[in-house]
Ligand binder design. Structure first.
Ligand code: ADP
Ligand code: MG
Length: 417
């Protein structure tokens, strides 16, 4: 549809960028047309802009539902940098006191606020619903929309209440965004948000600069990792372990071997944890050994390797975690250590959870094991998992393409016996 405004000019004016990335412009146009919009875009693709820019151009206040309180504040600060008006963006979550909430409300009612970030548990609070009913809403954005699905990597039951609450507050166009692109998750989100007819914008999830390798996990794994790091001196890397205990053990072993490594997991005191993270971001530390608690929202462009000490819980998780390597487009080595013995260990971890959750967990784990054991191109398998077809014969950047397993020979040998 022809518009009076030139979107590229608006982009430049508000955000200082010269052009849109990927599908951004098409997505924004769809939303400005008042249509429901579904966005599948890898991390770092620029999803936020898809609701930030339209919020500034449309009448009323956009409601952004986002799960992470820490990221909310960052986003609001960033928006305020782009605007003259301090009240242009606000957030409501459990960290705000009564006075702060009153300020937010008065800015909204004065028409200053274009973008309001709300945590799902705050959105469902009666007093907030009541207040929002009196507000002119331009559209709703559901960020990290995979939180709706039990098949996603971060299921949050509150996310299931978003649609009914929106109906209570008042209808407006809806945009849902996620970097989780498995067909199951996509289907869950669209169904649950009542947007099966939404226009879907899906970007490619291929990361050509990432090298994927699966290695046999043996009793020598610590030595293998030390060797790998010593062969990659001064490079930034993340090592993911399943348990907090392993995180601490391995960090100590690496330190004892002269490697500048630090642990990170949710059980550590928050001061040390934050310090370790900051030191890693500031390049004072080369290697962070962590549970998957580490990484959400961390944007270090030059992480050169991601090692999985234990098999990831799902291919989705594997993709997200390995995706933290090579954000700048440079080298990113993704090495996973695998033994099928670990499967039992992981299944044990799931015991005690509700049966339905265990079933989902087992299914996801089996898919990961199949990936690890496969001799097919890693990239092809991974992209297929996201419903994307990769047609190159040889990706040239995974172990299976660079060193094809000689399956035929092995089979011939078996026959000869
Ligand atoms: P996502 O939510 O998809 O992971 P973000 O919204 O956090 O990605 O954006 C990632 C980075 O890309 C941010 O630093 C953002 O400022 C930048 N970015 C977004 N759109 C553009 C653009 N059109 N041109 C240049 N940089 C952009
Ligand atoms: Mg985002």
């Amino acid at each position: 549809m022809a518009r009076k405004i030139n979107l590229t000019d608006e982009l430049k004016k508000y955000f200082g960028f010269n052009k849109f990335k990927g599908n951004q412009e098409a997505i924004i146009n769809n939303l400005l047309d008042g249509k429901d919009t579904f966005v599948l875009m890898p991390t770092g693709g620029g999803k936020s802009l898809c609701y930030q820019l339209p919020s500034l151009l449309m009448e009323g206040t956009a409601i952004v539902i986002s799960p992470l309180i820490a990221l909310m504040k960052n986003q609001v600060d960033a928006m305020r940098n782009f605007s003259e008006e301090d009240g242009v963006a606000h957030f409501i979550n459990s960290s705000l006191n009564k006075g702060a909430i009153d300020q937010v409300r008065s800015d909204i009612l004065a028409g200053k606020t274009k973008l309001l970030y709300v945590a799902p548990e705050s959105l469902t609070k009666e007093e907030n619903v009541e207040f929002l009913r009196s507000v002119k809403i331009s559209f709703y954005a559901v960020d990290e929309a995979h939180c709706i699905s039990e098949w996603g990597h971060d299921f949050r039951p509150e996310y299931r209440r978003i649609r009914p609450i929106i109906n209570e507050i008042g209808k407006a166009p809806l945009i849902a965004l996620t970097a989780t692109a498995t067909p199951k998750v996509q289907h869950d989100i669209q169904k649950n948000l009542g947007m099966v007819d939404a226009q879907v914008f899906k970007s490619s999830f291929n990361r050509p600069n990432l090298y994927y390798e699966v290695r046999a996990k043996t009793a020598n794994i610590d030595r293998d990792i030390i060797k790998f790091i010593k062969n990659n001196p001064e490079k930034s890397g993340i090592i993911y372990c399943l348990s907090r205990k392993k995180v601490e053990e391995l960090a100590e072993i690496l330190q004892a071997n002269g490697i500048n490594a630090r642990p990170y997991h949710a059980g550590m005191d928050s001061l040390t944890r934050t310090k370790n993270q900051d030191d890693f971001l500031m390049e004072k530390v080369d290697v962070i050994v962590a549970t998957i608690a580490f990484g959400m929202g961390i944007d270090k462009p030059d992480v050169r390797f991601v090692i999985h000490y234990d098999i990831p819980k799902s291919l989705e998780g594997y993709y997200q975690e390995t995706g933290r390597a090579g954000r700048d487009g440079g080298e990113g080595q993704c090495i996973t250590f695998y033994t099928n013995k670990d499967l039992q260990k992981l299944e044990k971890f799931m015991q005690g959870k509700p049966v339905a959750e265990q079933e989902i967990g087992k299914q996801l784990l089996l898919e990961t094991a199949a990936y690890a054991e496969s001799s097919v191109c890693r990239r092809k398998t991974l992209l297929h998992y996201f419903g994307e077809e990769y047609t190159e014969e040889n990706c040239g950047n995974c172990d299976n393409c660079l060193n094809p397993k000689k399956q035929v020979e092995a089979q011939e040998l078996l026959c000869a016996v």
